[in-house]
Design a protein around this ligand. Structure first.
Ligand SMILES: Cc1cc2nc3c(=O)[nH]c(=O)nc-3n(C[C@H](O)[C@H](O)[C@H](O)COP(=O)(O)O)c2cc1C
Length: 303
């Protein structure tokens, strides 16, 4: 039997398949359609210090081979997350990563400081790359200094691993990964969505109220692969790969270019059991290709 378990920054995941932030709520939204205990991990919807309503609808629209979303980080806030969502999450036998979004560096730090006391949270993913909010989000994700400072300050208030979620909407993503490493970050998650838009040709109005949104799904897989490869070739830091993974073949591909683990997002809306199916597909692939431990795939590309 192939060993699918992986280790990132001292944290063990039973397999490399994680559910991406914002696509499964706080796990409860998808639980009746799949067995979450079979997955390597769950990443929560981005949490902010106070609850956020997000952007006005329409907030999502389908595009060729993908979707655009401008949810605007709607979430219950840290306090309600601890009170109402953790009790469900802590019963699961999977690794829990808490994703944090904020409008100021102080807010990132404060959220992490509060949440680090929750035993059931194993690591943090810091979202510095949301394209759909006016303050914070891409303002930080495009600013090398800010990404370095956020990494350093958040790391100072927790002993748990910190993964910084990077934006693809930059010219050299590896420069950002380098700063994460230099400031003590344990890894990077790459990529968040790409800025895009879509218009109705009859009303001439944007299909989402926010005008622009984040593009995700199969359309962005080649971009994700290129960005991950760029990081892998330039910086020695663990990468959690994200972007357009629909099945186990996409998962193998993203690991080959450099990901130690990966997250699936858009596919959850089409097939909420996709994660479990990918775990099964990876098992068979490893067995048929004499791979003893799945981590052998990470960065094993031949150029
Ligand atoms: C509806 C929706 C909501 C999202 N919300 C968040 C979020 O709150 N925080 C975050 O870091 N990423 C968020 N994302 C981005 C995903 O986590 C992921 O990075 C992106 O969708 C690319 O992966 P995919 O192509 O597998 O969907 C969201 C994506 C979608 C489609």
């Amino acid at each position: 039997m192939a060993d699918l378990s992986i280790n990132i920054a001292g944290l063990r995941f039973k397999n490399p398949v994680l559910l991406a932030s914002g696509t499964v709520g706080y796990g409860n939204e998808i639980a009746e359609f799949t067995d979450l205990n079979k997955l390597g991990g769950i990443v929560t919807k981005s949490l902010s210090l106070k609850p956020r309503k997000g952007n006005p609808p329409p907030r999502i629209t389908e595009t060729p081979s993908g979707m655009l979303n401008a949810i605007g980080l709607a979430n219950v806030g840290v306090e309600s997350f601890i009170k109402d969502k953790i009790p469900f999450l802590k019963k699961l036998d999977t690794t829990l990563i808490c994703n944090i979004a904020a409008s100021t560096i102080e807010e990132y730090v404060e959220c992490t400081r509060i949440l680090t006391h929750e035993e059931s949270i194993h690591a943090f993913e810091i979202n510095v790359s949301c394209p759909n909010v006016r303050e914070g989000g891409l303002e930080f994700g495009n600013d090398l200094n800010a990404v370095g400072r956020i990494t350093e300050k958040v790391k100072a208030v927790t002993k748990k691993p910190i993964f910084i979620k990077l934006s693809p909407n930059v010219s050299r993503i590896s420069d950002f990964a380098k700063l994460v490493k230099e400031n003590g970050g344990d890894g990077v998650s790459a990529i968040n969505t790409l800025v895009g838009t879509a218009f109705d040709i009859y009303t001439r109005k944007p299909k989402i109220k926010n005008v622009t949104g984040g593009l995700s799904g199969p359309a962005i897989k080649p971009v994700a692969l290129a960005k991950i490869l760029e990081i892998k070739r330039n910086v020695d830091i663990p990468i959690i790969g994200i972007g357009g993974i629909m099945d186990w073949k996409d998962a193998v591909e993203i690991m080959i270019v450099g990901a130690s683990a990966f997250q699936i997002g858009t596919v959850n809306f089409i097939n909420p059991n996709a994660g479990v199916e990918i775990v099964d597909g990876l098992k068979t692939y490893c067995e048929q290709n004499s791979i003893q431990n799945i981590s052998e795939l990470t960065g094993s590309y031949q150029i």
